[in-house]
Design a protein around this ligand. Structure first.
Ligand SMILES: Cc1ncc(COP(=O)(O)O)c(C=O)c1O
Length: 489
């Protein structure tokens, strides 16, 4: 318990901090997106010594303002288009602060935080049209953790079908017929990491080619499954993408659900980036079939702008999760309806024991925007992405790397025909990405599509405008022109 004088200092510094935060947010769009640090600044922070004596509140705020907030990642800026990192919603920032003030463990128990998690996971399921009757939702640190949780449940489910228990027997349970998981080559690396961590081994991740639109090739998938059966392997899980990380493609989820049903496989959908795209009526049909998944990973800390540390695992059958994770030692035993008990604890459905109050920033963000506000932002981002696609399409030195399905636009550099054919376009693209980032007027990232280096821009920020997109393309064009002229001189 903090002393009265500590709380008085907290009150004063807290008011000041909120002012600083509001100033920071107001000024953000007017400064560079990214400001590389000097060598001395990097060393100053990395080698900072822990103070022996208590720092004054004012000094804490000064360090925050001058040394930390002066060098943000950049993702709050409207011209930040890299990876899938959104600007934090102001209500979510307050939610994070308020959550820390209560600082509960959301492992479980009869307190407000655990009921708020039940409400907000249900809201997320409702937003994307995922049925939660008999199912379960848990908030996670992000989609990587949500994927591990869902795939752990899939693994236990698969092993149970042959009368074994992976918790008891380990992966030896799957030795007679090694388990195989399928997903497209465009699947996010967190799925591969989950497979490795769960002891399946990366050679049991059968990657399947995609069509020209970046969507899994269903015929190739069927062939892969049949081939693996013939080799004595045990197909157990399909992973579909509701928005690939490189180009935002949505796999044919209805066809994937059909394959899963016919073959008796668990279907997991990675909706981390794109699943909320279902809220845009103009593309809602792409997500047809998502509601049939056995599990779905979502990331409110992406397109919904909830501060980082908010993913969500939704699983159709709650019992599958509980069978995978429940372990209640005597010192954690409670009884529902007695004392602190409350409903069955979240910690019986997930790997974390002490769990942060993720539901509060999530609830504040969703409630402040309302469903209508969320939908409007998703629709607007998608419209801006389509506009960026048109701009790239008519650009003399850029060309689209694929269709714009959601709010990610991937494109290649295509130098004028008269340029030297020996130019290494992959190297130029990589160098342009870094040059644009360092220049600080706009920020994008790169990827590989169809074996070639590509630029990619992901639009998530409610404050982004068409002008910001023009600046981004101008930055890319200018950096590329400079490089090509250097290379040719
Ligand atoms: C499609 C997709 N899946 C999964 C992830 C991993 O999510 P997280 O970084 O929240 O763990 C990402 C992150 O960008 C992603 O874009």
């Amino acid at each position: 318990m903090a002393s009265d004088s500590e709380i008085a200092g907290f009150r004063t510094a807290g008011h000041e901090l909120v002012d600083l935060l509001a100033d920071y947010l107001e000024e953000l769009p007017h400064g560079p997106v990214f400001r590389p640090m000097t060598r001395a600044e990097r060393a100053g922070l990395a080698n900072m010594r822990m103070p022996d004596e208590s720092l004054k509140w004012g000094e804490l705020l000064r360090v925050w303002r001058d040394e930390l907030a002066a060098h943000p990642m950049g993702n709050g800026h409207p011209r930040f288009f890299a990876w899938v990192n959104s600007a934090p919603a102001p209500a979510g920032i307050l939610g994070a602060l308020a959550a820390a003030a209560i600082n509960p463990s959301c492992a479980g128990g009869d307190h407000a935080a655990t009921y708020l998690e039940r409400a907000t996971t249900r809201w997320l399921a409702e937003l994307v049209g995922y049925p939660l009757d008999g199912g379960y939702g848990v908030l996670t640190s992000g989609a990587s953790m949500a994927s591990i949780i869902c795939l752990a449940a899939a693994r236990q489910w698969a092993v149970r079908r042959v009368g074994l228990d992976v918790r008891e027997h380990g992966m030896a349970a799957a030795q007679t017929a090694p388990l195989v998981l399928y997903s497209s080559v465009e699947t996010h690396s967190c799925i591969r990491k989950a497979i490795e961590l769960l002891g399946l081994g990366s050679t049991r991740h059968h990657t399947v080619p995609v069509d020209d639109d970046g969507r899994i090739d269903i015929a190739a998938l069927r062939e892969a499954i049949a081939g693996d059966h013939a080799r004595g392997l045990a197909p157990f899980c399909l992973v579909g993408n509701a928005g690939t990380v490189s180009c935002g493609a949505v796999d044919p989820l209805r066809a994937l659900s059909d394959v899963a049903e016919e073959e008796g496989l668990w279907l997991h959908v990675d909706g981390a980036y794109g699943a909320f795209g279902v809220l845009d009526p103009s593309i809602a049909e792409y997500f047809d079939g998502m509601s049939r998944a056995d599990s779905l990973a979502l990331d409110p800390h992406k397109w919904l702008g909830v501060p980082v540390d908010c993913g969500c695992a939704l699983v159709r059958e709650a019992d599958n999760l509980r069978d995978t994770f429940s372990l209640v030692p005597p010192y954690l035993r409670t009884e529902e309806g007695r004392g602190f008990g409350g409903p069955t604890w979240f910690s019986e459905y997930t790997i974390e024991q002490t769990r942060p109050y993720r539901a509060l920033p999530l609830w504040m963000t969703l409630s402040r925007m309302g469903r209508a506000g969320l939908v409007a932002n998703i629709v607007r981002c998608r419209q801006l992405a389509r506009r960026l696609g048109e701009m790239v399409d008519t650009d003399p030195v850029l060309t689209l790397a694929g269709p714009v399905s959601t709010s990610i636009v991937a494109f290649y550099y295509r130098p004028p025909a008269e340029s030297d054919a020996t130019l290494d376009l992959d190297e130029i693209t990589r160098t342009v990405v870094a040059a644009v980032q360092e220049h600080g007027r706009a920020f994008l990232s790169g990827t590989i599509i169809g074996g070639r280096e590509a630029f990619r821009a992901c639009i998530l920020n409610p404050a982004a405008t068409e002008h910001d997109l023009c600046v981004l393309l101008a930055e890319v064009r200018e950096a590329a022109a400079r490089l090509v002229s250097d290379r040719l001189s």
